[in-house]
Design a protein around this ligand. Sequence first.
Ligand code: SAM
Ligand code: SF4
Length: 345
Amino acid sequence: MSGITESAGGGGDAGGLVDPFGRHVSYLRVSVTDRCDFRCVYCMSEDMTFLPKKDLLTLEELDRLCSAFVAKGVRKLRITGGEPLVRKNILWLMKALGRHLETGALDELTLTTNGSQLMKHAADLAACGVRRINVSLDTLDPDRFKAVTRWGDLATVMDGIAAAEKAGLAVKINAVALKGVNEDEIEDLIRFAHGRGADLTLIETMPMGDIDGDRTEQYLPLSIVRARLMDRFTLEDSPYRTGGPARYVTVKETGGRLGFITPLTHNFCESCNRVRLTCTGTLYMCLGQDDAADLRVPLRSSADDRVLMAAIDAAIARKPKGHDFVIDRRSRKPAVARHMSLTGG
Ligand code: SAM
Ligand code: SF4
């Protein structure tokens, strides 16, 4: 593996990336692999076909691409997947990207993970400048955890969360609300997360990619969850925003923050500040649309970043106004054919 170079840009882009609707794109999410050591029922089918390894950008290429976005004014990078911590040598990329924190070009380098590899990597992630991570955890019951993730082990993830906290990382828990699976556990998840000083964010299932089951069976509107929680807790609207789809409340009884990501029941597009890059260099300007821009060809066509920068500008100029997710009982087809693991949520 080569050394870490100051590739892509330097200088910065004073105007930043602004789309046709005046939204500043300051947040890049990067899926570094489509592979995973779990097979969550809402995310993947059990026998997934993954991309051939040769189609993946190298870590050096991912560094160069991310650095181009940073030079263009992106202030926050989230590394995701598939499971980002199963990508070989991922720590090299984290360390490389950490240099933008040191120069002040980047405000935050963060990660979304299923937690399975955190015991091994938490301390190194902290050393790379990571301060906060999101860990996906849908249930606190070992058998249910196995049923939801198919291949996961709850105890390993719990140890991973503990290791992250020990390394000084702030942990946020993400849970997908699933009808008939964890809907009776939301209160326990709140108490678990808030009891250790972590935020909890609940996510509605999104119709992305074919899975083995029927999505309409899994879909649990968060409006219902919220109404039920209001019988047990006092939920106070919070002004806290991340520029993303989550809307937050403070739970008076626990003092903790609870987020709701409701793409199907609430339109969050007007404040969207993000774009998503896949591990093959495809840029999706919207999670809920199929339009995408290929950045691999411009990346590989020239060692000079100008071609790449122009391709990024052209892509941002195509960022759509919003998505139109529908979970449709009649068509039973996902609204978006690609799996969430390709773009990382
Ligand atoms: N493997 C890592 C993890 O699970 O955190 C990162 C990638 S995963 C695709 C990112 C997030 O997307 C997870 O919180 C997961 O629960 C969520 N997710 C996956 N498929 C989803 C779907 N169809 N609808 C809603 N959320 C989904
Ligand atoms: Fe893997 Fe994350 Fe998808 Fe679960 S949600 S299968 S952990 S990528």
